[in-house]
Design a protein. Structure first.
Length: 147
């Protein structure tokens, strides 16, 4: 299942854009974060409730941080490049990283901001794959199948 499909499931179960990206990525990548951790990004929805930075984008930055940081952000050689790629990719796809700029161009009454959530998920999935951040692949154990 694609990350966007997993996020859509959460989104239409009445989670906001940020919560949906966070919960889907946590599940897909096996990050092991407690589901209640989504409260940490809940306030990011609606552009931090003010139309500023896109909540789905900020949730993806949070996920990338979890994947890239071992002890401190300053010590990560990967965090800055992946966040820059995410930012540049969203700007290329949707014209901005600001909710107030994105929402008027992609919001649909029936699907709300699902187009934005899907775009962010596609970028997160691509970046995670290219940088080898897909923790779900590292955790799979097929030894039982061989016996």
């Amino acid at each position: 299942m694609a990350l966007r499909d997993m996020a859509e499931r959460f989104y239409f179960d009445n989670y906001n854009c940020a919560e949906s990206v966070f919960l889907a990525a946590n599940e897909m990548y096996g990050l092991g974060l407690d589901a209640s951790s989504s409260k940490l990004v809940g306030g990011f929805g609606g552009g931090i409730q003010t139309g500023n930075a896109c909540g789905a984008f900020l949730a993806a930055v949070s996920i990338l941080s979890q994947m890239c940081i071992d002890d401190r952000a300053h010590n990560s050689k990967t965090l800055r490049p992946v966040v820059n790629e995410l930012s540049d990719g969203l700007t290329e796809k949707l014209g901005s990283t600001l909710c107030r700029d994105i929402r008027p161009t992609v919001f649909e009454p029936e699907r709300r901001c699902m187009m934005t959530v899907a775009a962010v998920c596609d970028l997160l999935e691509d970046i995670s794959d290219r940088y080898g951040l897909l923790k779900k692949d590292l955790e799979e154990d097929t030894s039982d199948e061989e016996e």
